[in-house]
Ligand binder design. Structure first.
Ligand SMILES: Nc1nc2c(ncn2[C@@H]2O[C@H](COP(=O)(O)OP(=O)(O)O)[C@@H](O)[C@H]2O)c(=O)[nH]1
Ligand SMILES: Nc1ncnc2c1ncn2[C@@H]1O[C@H](COP(=O)(O)OP(=O)(O)O)[C@@H](O)[C@H]1O
Length: 221
């Protein structure tokens, strides 16, 4: 698939990658938006988390998550193999370090589907690389409807997720961008534009110094 940045910009400049974080209360639609971004933009790769939660129908090990046993997860924590990790809904989730730093340096953007705890940890470690985006549902009632319609959780789990949703939403103001997912096409378009604009931030375009130097060199005119 063509890289949209190179398609739109015939003079691609060297650029440091960014960490594009999507957080939301469970059911607000971040997985839906994330999948669309990954399908349509070859310049961004998913940061695949490790988790102890059981695999859901439709998920693929190694693609959606690395599904690991508790012992393996704890050993990764011991080995400092995670950039960040947290307990969510009685399970553990963590971002493996491997490849992220090298990828960023090489200009790969990474998409993170992580909660507010992970966002805080990544922001503390690498604020300038992080682009935190929070997705809100249009209402609490609609959030419940989506969780039921998704059909992946039983009634008790849905109630636990609803309980936790209020706590997750309370962190909305830690995020640089907040998007309401009422209409999924509009929400996706807004998220895509945030990514596009953030890629153009001066400090990420590491090739600019040489580009401008060459353009303005006395013998270039
Ligand atoms: N801190 C942190 N949170 C994660 C990570 N991976 C997933 N999460 C969060 O864990 C929560 C539960 O994820 P999941 O079990 O896939 O259910 P979902 O809420 O339906 O997306 C979501 O808020 C995710 O954003 C991770 O590596 N680190
Ligand atoms: N704007 C929307 N309108 C209606 N349903 C939506 C919308 N966005 C997502 N959904 C549906 O809501 C459910 C939860 O979305 P999902 O992406 O799994 O949320 P999350 O990853 O935040 O838990 C899914 O069944 C999804 O198809």
């Amino acid at each position: 698939m063509a890289d949209p940045v190179t398609t739109e910009n015939p003079t691609p400049l060297a650029r440091r990658g960014l960490m594009f974080i999507l957080s939301s209360p469970s059911g607000a639609g971040k997985t839906t938006i994330a999948r669309r971004l990954l399908q349509s933009d070859a310049g961004i790769a998913l940061s695949v988390s490790a988790t102890t939660r059981p695999i859901r129908p439709g998920e693929t090990d190694g693609k959606d998550y690395h599904f690991v046993e508790r012992g393996e997860f704890d050993a990764m924590v011991e080995d400092h193999a995670f950039l960040e990790w947290a307990h969510v809904f009685g399970n553990s989730y963590g971002t493996p370090k491997a490849q992220i730093w090298a990828g960023l340096k090489a200009g790969t953007d990474f998409l993170f589907d992580i909660d507010w705890q992970g966002t805080q940890q990544l922001s503390q470690r690498a604020r300038e690389d992080v682009v935190p985006v929070f997705i809100l549902p249009p209402s609490i009632d609609e959030l419940r409807r989506r969780l039921i319609a998704r059909g992946t959780d039983d009634k008790n789990v849905i109630e636990a997720r609803m309980e936790r949703a209020r706590a997750e939403i309370s962190h909305w103001s830690d995020y640089d961008y907040v998007v309401v997912n009422d209409d999924v096409d509009r929400c996706y378009e807004q998220v895509r534009r945030i990514l596009e604009a953030e890629r153009l931030r001066r400090e990420r375009q590491t090739g600019l110094v040489n580009f401008v130097r060459k353009m303005t060199a006395p013998d270039a005119v």
